[in-house]
Design a binder for this molecule. Structure first.
Ligand SMILES: [Zn+2]
Length: 490
């Protein structure tokens, strides 16, 4: 059997094998790539973690003690926030950046996304044959490792450009360790802070396990694989949906055992877990999670669509955090997300994009503004939720929901430097308000994001990406989707 196979490396170094290669040779190459691991693939030259003093900005720290500082200064050095305050002394060697007309705030925390599918953007059509899930499931098996790389790179680059500094990335098109390594390469190249959740493929059946040996291997070599990048690992779990939860005295179904083993493997390795509880199957999934004793602080629920007050109470008491992604929940018809109900029920809530492709944009400004509108509209109350509360959910509360608030989510000395600077000198902005939170939620767009630091690296400056060639990222993803479509066309 011969076929055209691209061996994924890096765009500048990738080799393309066409025809003639035997399956044996290909699998040997695949093993070689696995053995080399992601650490040997070239990473982009990200800027060094620098020494910066931002002077004279409006700083929204999202820190309870510091609050907001007008005309504030922020010192970032070697990846960390060193000091925030007024009239800071210029530290030796620091580059001074003007904060005039700028709002400085913590980078946004996207608590749920699927970066791998970004190049499917715009492909979900107007007929029952071309709706989101059907289209995605047709295209997903056409992915080769380079496509996983291209989708993840485009998605992560767009996130950074929009002011998202952390993402929780649920990878559920795992077609082999070469794909996993390709995603990690892309994340390393962009510099995004990311918790990468290792999952099955879209085509994995309930009785087939995901590659748990691969997960264990990845976990063991993680520190070497990621080098100095701010990446961590989790489990993208299917959950026990559709699999009969056993009652005492009844035989355990094979599918249930598979789901349970996956869950227990993550727990044993100390990996956080994400599970979808969404759409028309949400209630069935949630019931199975409760019956199987699968809830907990380390088990994040995605969407939890149309949950009742009683269900919210159970999840809150179990400590499971929630990610809400209104752009996709509305777009795909899960219903109108009732943010206020989950907050009132005491759940820890973070906001998310949930696929740049389905949401259309990786844009936390739009996510916040959408929730402002939904809450006011459904409750017929202009005061239903404040922009300040939405900003909290997009930053510090999002970080808290995924257990990372000790490192990120607010601007405070000692935290990692995940910081964005929004330029108010734009036609859609202006510093007109007493509380700039209103501007950020109601007016700002990704194009207003002037600068982005992730882990102290300045990845966007003056509105431009510093390390990535934006045109190359887009054209690489465009070539990728063209190939995926031609591979999967029947
Ligand atoms: Zn999702």
């Amino acid at each position: 059997m011969t076929r055209n196979v691209k061996i994924f490396r890096h765009p500048s170094r990738r080799a393309v094998l066409t025809g003639g290669a035997s399956v044996g040779l290909l699998s040997a190459l695949g093993t070689g790539l696995r053995a080399q691991g992601a650490a040997t693939r070239p990473s982009s030259q990200l800027p060094q973690r620098g020494n910066f003093l931002i002077k004279g900005a409006y700083i929204i720290t999202m820190d309870a003690q510091s609050g907001d500082l007008s005309d504030g200064d922020l010192h970032i050095n070697n990846g960390a926030i060193v000091a925030v305050g007024r009239n800071l002394t210029v530290p030796p060697g620091a580059e001074i950046l003007s904060g005039k007309d700028m709002i400085v705030l913590p980078g946004f925390v996207d608590t749920h996304t699927h970066l791998w599918s970004t190049q499917m953007r715009g492909r979900f059509g107007d007929t029952a044959e071309t709706i989101y899930f059907r289209t995605r499931n047709i295209l997903a098996p056409g992915y080769q490792p380079e496509d996983s790389y291209q989708g993840t790179r485009l998605g992560a680059a767009e996130a950074i450009h929009s002011g998202i500094t952390t993402a929780v990335d649920f990878f559920h098109n795992n077609r082999g360790m070469d794909h996993v390594n390709a995603c990690i390469d892309a994340l390393k190249e962009t510099g995004l802070r990311c918790r990468f959740h290792f999952g099955p493929a879209t085509t994995t059946t309930p009785t087939q396990s995901m590659d748990l040996a691969g997960l264990e291997q990845l976990h063991q070599g993680w520190a070497t694989t990621i080098g100095d990048r701010p990446l961590s690992l989790g489990l993208a779990w299917r959950g026990p949906l559709g699999i009969t939860t056993p009652t005492p005295g009844e035989p355990v179904s094979p599918g249930y055992s598979v789901a349970k083993t996956e869950f227990e493997t993550a727990r044993r390795l100390g990996l956080p877990i994400v599970v979808h509880v969404s759409g028309v199957t949400a209630r069935q999934q949630f019931d199975a999670l409760v019956k199987g004793n699968f809830l907990g602080k380390d088990v994040q629920l995605a969407h939890f669509s149309n949950a009742s007050a009683a269900e919210i109470k159970i999840a809150a008491e179990a400590g499971s955090p929630l990610t809400l992604t209104p752009l996709t929940e509305l777009r795909v018809g899960y219903g109108v997300t009732q943010l206020g109900d989950y907050l009132a029920g005491g759940m820890k809530v973070g906001l998310g994009v949930d696929s740049n492709s389905l949401a259309g944009v990786a844009d936390m400004f739009t996510v916040m503004k959408t929730f402002q509108g939904i809450e006011a509209g459904r409750l017929k109350n202009e005061l239903a939720i404040t922009p300040r509360k939405l900003l909290e959910l997009a930053t510090i509360e999002g970080a808290r929901s995924i257990g990372m608030d000790d490192r990120i989510g607010s601007i405070a000395a000692g935290k990692r430097a995940d910081v964005i600077m929004v330029n108010t000198q734009a036609l859609n902005m202006g510093m007109f308000a007493d509380d700039p939170a209103h501007l950020l939620v109601e007016a700002a767009r990704p194009s207003n994001v002037d600068s982005v630091w992730v882990d102290g690296r300045l990845l966007k400056r003056g509105g431009r990406m510093t390390a990535l060639d934006e045109a190359a990222v887009v054209s690489g993803a465009k070539a990728s989707i063209t190939e995926i479509v031609s591979r999967t066309r029947r």
